[in-house]
Design a protein around this ligand. Structure first.
Ligand SMILES: NC(=O)c1ccc[n+]([C@@H]2O[C@H](COP(=O)([O-])OP(=O)(O)OC[C@H]3O[C@@H](n4cnc5c(N)ncnc54)[C@H](O)[C@@H]3O)[C@@H](O)[C@H]2O)c1
Ligand SMILES: [Zn+2]
Ligand SMILES: [Zn+2]
Length: 356
């Protein structure tokens, strides 16, 4: 393959069309700039967003698409203006690789709400090129968008913190759903949900999982530390829990009824949607206004908060429950993820299974 000036060779797996099937793909990345670090990717988690994107479920996928935004790796090159990192450091990259740096949100370390934010894959970069994610051998990223992995966290099970972790930690923090004694509901016990349970317990909260899968109850309580478990299709159980929760984080990736969830909130309770389904939510006005309840959304987190989240995870020994897979299992893994058949995150062993 010819390599253009100012680029370097890279290799990964890409989807080429809305079948979403991934296959080996040769491409180029920019050469390491003055503020960049080049990261040899070791592990990359498979987020449900990757599944939405490879199949173009949101309607704006640009192919070829190399997914992956739960990236952990080792710094192998640093630019002359890089101050935070040196070669050999273990680092992570999440959902964001660029932003304007000058807007009100950027000035408050909220790059995740910058109108010019560039997602890690499937976005057009400032050089006008389609960018590629972490199902690949290396990535070149401005050091601002890179975080340090705390010593002691295993690199494979830390990878999902870069998206799943920050996506639940940020709204818990922002909406005050991080205080001891409060009651948190977590809807959907998948990649995001199981990490939300762990953060909720580390914050000293009472945590209830709300799920459609009775088979996950034992895991939720014994392995993840949840206090209770509600089957959302069991009207009796749901009725008994009405008005009991201070906040709910909804991580469900598909269309589902939210009215029964709003009923679980106490007055002034907060319902935060982080799942990225494509259908409009059916929100009943009366229960909302009678209880002065808040309905909100949240999009990943800023870089400063991502570092704070992963440091907190390091102190509290919080990692994802992972099934580590070789790259050539990725299509099966995505199929299984879509069916809800994963406990609780697939992580690709890039360094050992993606040939250069
Ligand atoms: N807001 C953000 O910044 C952000 C970041 C990451 C992911 N997401 C989105 O969050 C969603 C979840 O991502 P994930 O990686 O955790 O996916 P996942 O597939 O690992 O988890 C979703 C879980 O919800 C369960 N579920 C499905 N229907 C349900 C229902 N009606 N009630 C209760 N549980 C139900 C599934 O069985 C699964 O366990 C996706 O839509 C993803 O795109 C958003
Ligand atoms: Zn994600
Ligand atoms: Zn900005």
């Amino acid at each position: 393959m010819a390599v253009e000036k100012d680029t370097q060779k890279a290799f990964g797996w890409a989807a080429r069309d809305s079948s979403g099937i991934l296959s080996p793909f040769y491409f180029t990345r920019r050469v390491n700039g003055d503020s960049d670090v080049t990261i040899k990717i070791l592990y990359c988690g498979i987020c449900h967003t990757d599944a939405h994107f490879v199949k173009n479920e949101h309607g704006f996928t640009v192919y070829p698409l190399v997914p992956g935004h739960e990236i952990v790796g080792e710094v192998v090159e640093v630019g002359s203006n890089v101050h935070k990192f040196k070669s050999g450091d273990k680092v992570g990259v999440g959902c964001i690789v660029d932003s304007c740096g000058a807007c009100d949100n950027c000035k408050q370390d909220l790059e995740n709400y910058c109108p010019e934010m560039v997602f890690t894959y499937g976005s057009i970069t400032s050089e006008g090129r389609n960018n590629f994610g972490g199902y690949s051998d290396k990535i070149v990223v401005d050091e601002h968008y890179v975080v340090r992995i705390p010593h002691g966290l295993p690199l494979d099970s830390a990878a999902p913190l870069l998206c799943a972790g920050i996506t639940v930690y940020s709204p818990m923090n922002y909406f005050g759903l991080n205080r001891p004694g409060l009651h948190l509901g977590v809807v959907g016990l998948g990649g995001l949900g199981h990490v939300a349970v762990k953060f909720g317990k580390a914050f000293g909260m009472k945590v209830t999982v709300i799920s459609t899968s009775p088979s996950k109850e034992r895991d939720a309580i014994q392995r993840l530390g949840a206090d209770s478990f509600l089957i959302s299709r069991d009207a009796e159980q749901m009725k008994a829990a009405v008005g009991s929760m201070d906040g709910i984080i909804d991580t469900v990736s598909e269309s589902h009824p939210v009215a029964p969830l709003i009923d679980l909130l106490k007055a002034h309770g907060k319902f935060v949607m982080v799942g990225a389904g494509t259908e409009p939510l059916a929100l009943p006005p009366i229960p909302l206004l009678l209880g002065r309840k808040l309905v909100a959304g949240s999009n990943t987190g800023g870089i400063k908060e991502t570092q704070e989240m992963i440091d907190f995870a390091g102190e509290h020994n919080i990692t994802a429950e992972v099934e580590v897979i070789p790259i050539d299992y990725v299509n099966t893994a995505i199929e299984r993820l879509v069916k809800g058949d994963v406990r609780y995150r697939f992580v690709i062993d890039i360094a050992n299974t993606l040939p250069a």
